[in-house]
Design a protein around this ligand. Structure first.
Ligand code: SAH
Length: 223
């Protein structure tokens, strides 16, 4: 029987399910190769504007000094920082995303630095940075990689510098999308050499339907 005619799954539902399948499951962290290929179409997190939570940071003057965006994707947060007068660098493993970010920078007449670089090797970046942004990177890392990432982050962040992280939250139901993160896991990862200033329940915007997902916004200062 035709599902649509029976009032079953419509085209929009089907599209939403396909998009969610494209996001993968929540448990298995996705590989760099997965990410490069996910940019062959528009991935669900690529919303052509900053995440509202990070836009608010810019509005309240939280983007200071040299800004690094880890896992910057197509660069909206880097370009936002650059537009606010910051010296901004974005890194991502997906070369396709970095190319798109560079095109956007040229089109908008903004100067920013975009590098294909592994966030698990932050120590080799020419830091230090006063502000580090992470929208959707931390939640793709498995437990071992979280440790490597935070070790490198410690090296490139100045003492007193701030790391702002937006990750999927365990408050989000369902099993689609990235790994859910619990507040206690964030506190554990940043228990040494950092001060966790706040972990707020917020939303990630996506281009899916429904478009919002539960997230945590963590503000963490390098001690
Ligand atoms: N911050 C962007 C992209 C979020 S999706 C945005 O808000 O739109 C997560 C990004 O992390 C992807 O672009 C993916 O390619 C990148 N990524 C995943 N693992 C990475 C790693 N080890 N090093 C650098 N980037 C990585």
């Amino acid at each position: 029987m035709d599902g649509d005619a029976a009032g079953g799954m419509g085209e929009a539902d089907r599209r939403a399910i396909e998009q969610r399948l494209a996001l993968g499951g929540p448990i298995r962290p996705r590989s760099p190769e997965d990410f490069d290929s996910s940019y062959s179409t528009r991935p669900p997190w690529d919303i052509d504007k900053p995440q509202p939570v990070f836009a608010a940071l810019a509005d309240t003057g939280e983007l200071v000094g040299r800004v690094l965006d880890v896992g910057c994707g197509t660069g909206e947060h880097v370009l936002m920082a650059s537009a606010r007068g910051c010296e901004a660098t974005g890194i991502d493993l997906a070369a396709v995303a970095i190319e798109r970010a560079e095109v956007k920078a040229r089109e908008r007449g903004l100067s920013a630095r975009f590098l294909v670089h592994d966030a698990l090797d932050l120590g080799s970046l020419d830091g230090p940075f006063e502000t580090v942004l992470d929208s959707g990177l931390f939640h793709v890392l498995d437990d071992a990689d979280r440790i490597r990432f935070v070790d490198g982050l410690r090296v490139v962040t100045v003492v007193g510098g701030r790391y702002h992280m937006l990750c999927f939250s365990d408050r989000q139901s369902g099993d689609w999308g990235p790994r859910r993160v619990r507040e206690v896991e964030i506190r554990q990862c940043f228990s040494s050499g950092w001060h966790v200033d706040s972990i707020e329940p917020v939303y990630f915007e996506t281009n899916l339907d429904p478009y919002r997902a539960h997230a945590w916004h963590s503000t963490i200062t390098r001690a």
